[in-house]
Design a protein around this ligand. Structure first.
Ligand SMILES: *Cc1c(COP(=O)(O)O)cnc(C)c1O
Length: 426
């Protein structure tokens, strides 16, 4: 589609519904940088947990914009808050007080262990904020000259230089060196390895400023954190004045059937980060911390768009809807149904699948390593069967539907997935 056609159709849509035009993937790939290998599918519209492509084919959406569309598509609350907020005010900068930002911060503080919030626009930025906060705390409160942040292998924390360095996966770092100094990796859920790393790093003088972990590793293969491990990590951090930072970008805001991933682990972090589900699909990120760690002063950190009235107004409505419609409990209940359905598939094809794992509505179906197909093959077969799912590495199929998911939709999703898998097996 040419720019002119795009502009014309946007203008037309001001007074009339958008005209559906045939989509040209070749023109798309000529103009857009090839940072993604896209599936041959262009989505035109959505409603609830359902999407339609430009050819009019319907899909059940168990991707939800990669765990972002908390309320699904075209939810009445989203439609009304987006249109009301844009008519009232959308952006003014942080030179002034923004009431919507204050109200969202208050909601988050009231519903979590945090005392203070900084707003930005994405998960990577939220983690950048947490990394800067931890470094400043180490410098100013502990006199550490070269702070080190320990992160986990197979983790994912974002694509900016600091967060891609924090990410413990070489495939995301290749060709982007020199990477950021001050990071050290340990295996996830392995207490002895963590204790060993701290002993080595702090041998001469204290260096370890923070431990940054996902409560459940999302991109790394839907791997839940171990309660005993996280409780021991919490104790180590408290004993040594090391900041415990949890990356809740994918699991926070109700997805796991609890408001926050850390509730599954029976601990509270010092700092945690949010993004994906917070705005229901509208870009927003947040770095949250307890009062003791709120060391930023005016001029230390900022974001032009961060905390704007539009994103905050929408996110507040998403959070309030989550609460008033009981969607966290729904995520818990439908998640149990979904895992039971996945377990049945696992039992039906024991040679193909190793296990089902997850919390609430973030779940993974693990493919046996000796199988001839990968997660991408399952995703493609499911797409043909009318179900959208997403890989989490080559061996894990990830299901992260909207939190408004119904029991009927769980059932339909499992039927489609079963049909898809049958096409892959001899
Ligand atoms: C998606 C994700 C990020 C990065 O978020 P962006 O908004 O893409 O920058 C960081 N951490 C985790 C755990 C994520 O799942």
């Amino acid at each position: 589609m040419s720019l002119k056609t795009l502009v014309n159709s946007a203008l037309k849509s001001v007074s009339a519904p958008p005209v559906q035009e045939s989509f040209d993937p070749i023109a798309f790939d000529q103009a857009v940088m090839t940072t993604y290998s896209r599936f041959p599918l262009a989505i035109d519209r959505g409603q609830g947990c359902h999407l339609w492509d430009t050819e009019g084919r319907e899909y059940l959406d168990f991707v939800a914009g990669i765990a972002t569309c908390t309320l699904g598509h075209s939810h009445p609350v989203m439609v009304s808050v987006v249109s009301q907020q844009i008519q009232k005010l959308h952006h003014v900068s942080n030179l002034y007080y923004i009431p919507e930002q204050g109200a969202l911060a208050q909601w988050l503080v009231d519903h979590s262990c945090a005392d203070k919030v900084f707003f930005c626009n994405s998960g990577a930025e939220a983690n950048e904020g947490a990394i800067k906060l931890a470094r400043k705390y180490a410098h100013t409160r502990r006199g550490i000259q070269t702070p080190v942040i320990i992160t986990a292998q197979a983790s994912f924390h974002g694509r900016t230089l600091a967060t891609v360095t924090a990410t413990g996966q070489a495939k995301y770092q290749k060709h982007f060196d020199p990477l950021m100094p001050g990071f050290h990796y340990v295996p996830y859920n392995d207490l002895a390895a963590l204790e060993g790393a701290i002993a080595t790093l702090d041998a001469d003088q204290p260096q370890v400023a923070a431990i940054l972990l996902e409560p459940l590793q999302g991109e790394g293969g839907v791997r839940p954190g171990d309660r005993t491990y996280f409780q021991a990590v919490r104790q180590i951090c408290s004993d040594r004045n090391i900041l415990l930072i949890l990356d809740e970008v994918q699991v926070g805001v109700g997805r796991t059937g609890q408001y926050w991933g850390y509730e599954h682990l029976g601990i509270e972090p010092d700092v945690f980060t949010l993004a994906k589900g917070l705005g229901g699909g509208i870009p927003i990120g947040a770095t949250l911390c307890k009062d003791a760690y709120a060391v930023f002063e005016p001029g230390d950190h900022a974001s032009t768009f961060g905390g704007n009235p539009f994103a905050c107004g929408v996110a507040l409505a998403v959070c309030q809807t989550l609460e008033s419609a009981g969607l966290v409990a729904n995520a818990r209940h439908q998640g149990e149904r979904l895992r039971a359905g996945l377990q049945q598939i696992c039992d039906r094809y024991p040679q193909a699948f190793a296990e089902v794992r997850g919390w609430g509505l973030i779940n993974g179906l693990v493919i046996n390593p000796e199988m001839a197909f990968t997660s991408i093959d399952v995703v493609k077969a499911a797409m043909t069967a009318g179900l959208l799912i997403v890989p989490a590495g080559p061996q894990v199929v990830r299901l992260v539907p909207p939190l408004i998911l119904s029991a009927t939709e769980v059932q339909q999703g499992m039927e489609k997935l079963d049909c898809a898998i049958a096409t892959l097996l001899p």
